[in-house]
Design a protein around this ligand. Structure first.
Ligand code: NAD
Length: 322
């Protein structure tokens, strides 16, 4: 990766990824794009352009002008929002992906886009979910992620585009707020714990889901993009995860810092139903064997960092109850 273009750069992943890529490759080499503009660092610390990814002409022109050799395509509608507007989810998740893949084909770019544990379904084995298994999701987000994995494979086999992808679990971070996914509770719980000492979870006790801390997620993208192409058998997309947790497990980890932390429940049936379709814990053998990836943060290590960073933000007036 030398000249990188990122779409959806102001989202939860993009904010942290842009900062890290600019540290590694230099500010000018990393073009951040999004459909909106904010005072976020991703807009201020290097080149930034407004781009609606469903506009394939603009996608191509902006990538071409930047002389991009790598496209990291993050713009998408996440699981909970996608269930509220399935038609928009299909248009954005598939239309945007097609614009990105066509641009990558025409400009000979390496191409990355994340899939998700949502690409599995209720028939998929829930524990130790294999890399290659049954994928019949019942959510529009999941359907778009399976179709996306297949479309990226197609561009590799048909046109030789160097497409790569990861099936991310729920991602936890303290920089940008999450964008409307089912696992957002696992971010909100930390913000609420630090600012109010209590949290009401919309996900039921005992619902186990895979999660990963954002520094590991960012490192996984960069490591996969730098990996030896000839060793990648499962390029779209690799299972990655760090921990399998339910709300009580996270609360117990938080109570090591905030002993009086109170966790209550008010279950949201839509997000609970989505969560119950997803695996409890996925198998990451292929990531370890094909490109040597492993995570650095377990639950307690992540909690220590989240509580410390959010406490600092609270003290400087940068955070509030979610
Ligand atoms: P996010 O919702 O936080 O950010 C998405 C960004 O896309 C936003 O900044 C939004 O403004 C932008 N956007 C929306 N419509 C657009 C359009 N038409 N054109 C251009 N930009 C547009 O999402 P995220 O959490 O950063 O996720 C990025 C990718 O990672 C998505 O493909 C998502 O499915 C995947 N993923 C995320 C998680 C997670 O826990 N965050 C887990 C699994 C997979």
């Amino acid at each position: 990766m030398k000249r990188i273009m990122i779409t959806g750069a102001l989202g939860q992943i993009g904010c942290d990824l842009v900062t890290k890529l600019r540290q590694i490759y230099g500010n000018e080499a990393v073009l951040a794009t999004d459909i909106r503009m904010t005072d976020n660092d991703a807009c201020q610390s290097g080149p930034f352009k407004i781009l609606d990814v469903t506009n394939n002409t603009s996608f191509y022109e902006i990538a071409s002008e930047h002389r991009a050799d790598t496209i990291i395509h993050l713009a998408a509608l996440l699981s909970a929002k996608a269930e509220h507007d399935p038609a928009l989810a299909w248009r954005l998740n598939m239309g945007g992906l097609l614009s990105g893949l066509e641009t990558a084909r025409e400009l000979s770019c390496q191409f990355f886009t994340p899939s998700s544990i949502a690409a599995f379904g209720s028939d998929t084995p829930k524990k130790g979910t294999p890399q290659n298994t049954l994928q019949r999701p019942h959510t529009m987000y999941g359907v778009s992620k399976v179709a996306g994995e297949l479309l990226c494979d197609y561009y590799f086999y048909k046109y030789g585009v160097d497409t790569r992808g990861l099936r991310f679990p729920g991602l936890i971070s303290h920089s940008a707020p999450p964008g409307g996914g089912t696992t957002d509770y696992a971010v909100d719980i930390y913000r609420a714990a630090v600012s109010a000492g209590r949290y009401t979870s919309y996900i039921k006790e005992g619902t186990f889901l895979d999660m990963m801390y954002m520094p590991d997620a960012v490192r996984s993208i960069i490591t996969l993009m730098e990996a030896d192409s000839t060793k990648l058998k499962n390029r779209n997309a690799f299972n990655v995860t760090a921990m399998s947790v339910d709300p009580e497990t996270i609360a117990a980890s938080i109570r090591r810092h905030i002993p009086d932390f109170v966790l209550r429940y008010e279950v949201d049936p839509i997000r609970q139903k989505i969560a119950e379709e997803w695996p409890d814990s996925i198998d990451t053998t292929a990531s370890r064997e094909e490109w040597g990836f492993d995570v650095q943060y377990d639950l307690d290590h992540m909690t220590d960092d989240m509580v410390s960073k959010l406490t600092q933000k609270l003290q400087t007036g940068q955070t509030k109850i979610s």
